[in-house]
Design a protein around this ligand. Structure first.
Ligand code: F6P
Ligand code: MN
Length: 337
């Protein structure tokens, strides 16, 4: 018990090594963590608190919501007063969220998906919260453009998984660490030090029901996986689809594999399903810090220059050699065109 490292201790010890650290970042992270503990509690209560079931309203992305909105409010209320933020952006809200006038403005921006995988809420499967932290100009009201920054500029990214146990996975650009919530004590405890993704893997995750809309490189990759030991890969593959990005990324961090929500031809207005700023960028930062790779198929996700805050991108992430293979298949197809 005594040699357990809490998240607070871990962050403070990391910040001590940085002469410019003022404690603001530690406060910000603590506030995010407090919000996530509250969300974890709500998710755990499930149907008991009557927030499940079909929702009346739709969010800006056209998806049903109920607990999504409650969790969004929990995040906003936990963060807006602290003086550490210039502004926030949420997957659930159309425009950037301003800091109320009565509070000071700080040097960070937070972008978040308060409840990822929300189609899983009603069926008691894993959901999560994803967040991304950027620096901003201090003391001024951020313009919408201030949020449109490449993922490579993130100073921190993390996600909390509300699964059989509640876990926080975090990077500040110095590797990836995992913390498990001790529900009795109310603290996140360091349980997964320096997580590393195996470079090779034999497991893929994709929503197969979209197969007819995929481009040739994705069809080729999946066909080859499915052909298994009878095909060019000369080994069998396994497939998983949880329909919660947080759960898929957590699995990949632990045992490798590849996750794809690729470009598809269903709707030209939507080049993918997942959001660049709230989902792809924070996951890309984490995956790369754990030794994996993350691409749209044609570009490193962390290099994509955002054009709007709710922008969607194709997303392919996971074990380095598998992602590079898929990127290579895109190159082959584009080169032959
Ligand atoms: O937030 C979007 C999301 O729920 C992801 O967490 C998940 O990976 C994906 O959508 C599931 O998509 P689909 O409903 O197509 O399976
Ligand atoms: Mn999501």
């Amino acid at each position: 018990m005594t040699n357990q490292v809490t998240l607070t201790q871990f962050i403070i010890e990391q910040q001590r090594g940085l002469p410019e650290a003022s404690g603001t970042f530690t406060l910000l992270l603590n506030n995010i963590v407090t919000a996530c503990k509250q969300i974890s509690h709500r998710v755990n209560c499930g149907a008991l608190i009557g927030v499940l079931g079909s929702a009346e309203s739709e969010n800006v992305q056209g998806e049903v919501q109920k607990l999504d909105i409650i969790t969004n409010d929990i995040m906003v209320r936990a963060l807006d007063w602290s003086g550490s933020l210039g502004g926030m952006a949420s997957e659930e809200i159309n425009d950037p969220i301003q800091i109320p006038k009565q509070y000071p403005k700080g040097k960070y921006l937070v972008l978040f998906d308060p409840l990822d995988g929300s189609s899983n809420i009603d069926i008691n499967l894993t959901v999560g919260t994803i967040f991304s932290i950027l620096r901003c100009r201090e003391g001024v009201e951020p313009e919408p453009e201030d949020f449109l920054r490449k993922g490579s500029e993130q100073v921190c990214a993390g996600f909390v998984l509300y699964g059989p146990s509640t876990m926080l996975v975090l990077t500040t650009g110095n590797g990836v660490n995992g913390f498990t919530l001790d529900q009795d004590v109310g603290e996140f405890i360091l349980t997964h030090c320096n997580m590393k993704i195996p470079e090779d893997a034999s497991e893929f995750a994709i929503n197969m029901s979209n197969q007819r809309f995929w481009e040739a490189p994705i069809k080729r990759y999946v066909d080859e996986c499915v052909a298994g030991s009878d095909g060019p890969r000369e080994r069998d593959f396994n497939m998983r689809w949880v329909a919660s990005l947080v759960a898929e990324v957590y699995r990949i961090l632990n045992r490798g594999g590849v996750f794809m929500y690729p470009f598809d031809l269903r709707d030209p207005a939507k080049p993918g399903k997942l959001r660049l700023l709230y989902e792809a960028n924070p996951m890309a930062f984490i995956i790369e810090q754990a030794g994996g790779a993350c691409s749209t198929g044609r570009e490193r996700v962390l290099d994509v220059k955002p054009t709007s805050i709710h922008q969607r991108v194709p997303l392919i992430l996971g074990s380095k050699n598998e992602v590079e293979r898929i990127v290579g298949y895109h190159r082959d197809t584009d080169g032959a065109a």
